[in-house]
Design a protein around this ligand. Structure first.
Ligand code: NZQ
Ligand code: ZN
Length: 387
């Protein structure tokens, strides 16, 4: 096992009928900015319940954070938070709202151009912990794990760039599976696939004898395979949705990634597809991951073989054919959930692969994989196979 540090300060408040507890989770007398997206939280009544739980605290609302949140929108929110002397942020929504709110937390008290807080081409400007606003979240879409990690992704200048800071872990995240009952089917499918691929990007590398990490990862994946189709068909099946929600959080809260190598190639290529073609985050992953593996199955052989046996119960045949079958089954799982697994399914022309490779180069994505040996030529091969 590799050396690691692990600390996760987010308090999880899980279960139904717990919104009223916001009153205890947010300091009395806080000046709160409530952030949300395009309106689902208004349409389904969540926002009203949140406002009522906040009682007589001063509340400023900031709605309109888009999917794949835009830097300009978030900069406006930070300006408003500064003007209103906000001292607590409450994100109500999916990954985009939670990520966007993390950026607002970093930008509100930041003196200078807030685009320098993003990792784009150079390391972001350091920010003191006491200059970051505290935030809490009410997650309405189980997918990204943003509710229990210190990452966000912001769309800026034709690309998608991460933010990361130890002070942007939410102080609490309220996870009520019933708030997700209203999700459109495609967003539920996106959530299952995003969580599944988060597990895999921290698992399908090379063995380091991280038994707890591996077996937890395999448990999350088996859970997602079991409950994915059920929760799509039965949106109000509480236990299925609760298991999806906790799987998504557990997939990217640092537990399974501690002490093991990782390979975020699928995510990095996927981000360019969202930035250029507007394809939903998880849908880019479903289109790219099978090809990453088909191109890299030699480097990933031992872990893919373990995955075949422990996640898909594939024990027959020679090793190479077991790995191939596991890759096929993964692709079929994404398709079963309703996601497409080829770039051509999204009307991307084969010639446009050049543009994607150029964007990877422009964004410094030239040494991907668990060993940093995946250059632009291999990314091109992956994209051609994914087409
Ligand atoms: O905007 P509203 O009206 O709220 O509608 C949203 C949005 O249209 C809707 N929605 C959310 N909750 C709902 C609901 N509709 C009905 N009922 C509900 N309960 O769903 C749509 C998609 O929402 P979005 O937040 O964009 O989706 P998701 O949670 O998949 O987040 C995607 C973003 O997270 C980033 C992605 O890059 C992308 O920008 N990621 C963040 C990560 C992290 N922080 O660690 C890791 C991930 O790999 C990912 O990159
Ligand atoms: Zn993801």
């Amino acid at each position: 096992m590799l050396n690691f540090d692990y600390r996760n300060p987010t308090q999880i408040v899980f279960g139904k009928d717990r919104l009223a507890e916001l009153d205890k989770l947010i300091p009395a007398g806080a000046r709160v900015m409530v952030t949300y997206g395009g309106g689902s939280v208004k349409r389904f009544g969540t926002l009203d319940k949140v406002l009522s739980a906040l009682g007589d605290r001063t509340v400023v609302e900031f709605g309109g954070i888009e999917a794949n949140p835009q830097y300009e929108t978030l900069a406006k929110a930070a300006k408003l938070a500064r003007e209103e002397s906000i001292d607590f942020l409450l994100a109500v929504g999916g990954g985009s709202v939670m990520d966007g709110t993390k950026f607002i937390a970093l930008a509100t008290r930041f003196e200078g151009d807030s685009d320098s807080l993003l990792f784009h081409g150079f390391a972001p400007v350091p920010v003191e912990a006491d200059q970051v606003l505290p935030l809490g979240t009410i997650a309405t879409l189980p997918a990204t794990g943003s509710e229990m990690n210190a990452f966000g992704v912001v769309s800026y200048n034709g690309g998608k760039f991460p933010v990361n800071h130890p002070s942007i872990y939410p102080t609490f995240s309220l996870l009520d599976p019933t708030l997700t009952f209203t999700l459109p089917k495609i967003q539920v499918a996106n959530g299952v696939v995003d969580a599944f691929v988060h597990v895999l990007e921290q698992y399908a590398t090379y063995p380091v004898d991280g038994r707890v990490q591996d077996r937890t990862a395999e448990g999350i994946m088996r859970t997602l395979i079991e409950i994915g189709p059920i929760t799509l068909e039965e949106p109000e099946n509480y236990n299925a949705r609760a298991n999806l929600m906790w799987s998504a959080t557990s997939a990217l809260n640092g537990m399974i990634g501690a002490g093991v190598p990782f390979d975020w190639t699928t995510h990095m290529i996927g981000h360019e597809l969202t930035a250029q073609f507007g394809i939903d985050h998880a849908q880019t992953l479903a289109a790219v991951l099978p090809s990453v593996w088909r191109v890299r199955k030699i480097q990933k052989h031992a872990k893919l073989l373990q995955y075949a046996e422990r996640v898909w119960d594939i024990t027959e045949g020679d090793e190479a054919s077991r790995v191939d079958l596991a890759i096929d089954k993964t692709e079929q799982f994404f398709q079963q959930l309703g996601l497409k697994t080829h770039l051509r399914d999204y009307d991307i022309a084969q010639e446009q692969i050049d543009d994607i490779v150029a964007a990877l180069e422009a964004h410094g994505m030239t040494a991907l994989s668990e060993s940093g040996d995946l250059g632009l030529d291999i990314s091109r091969e992956i994209l051609q196979l994914a087409w």
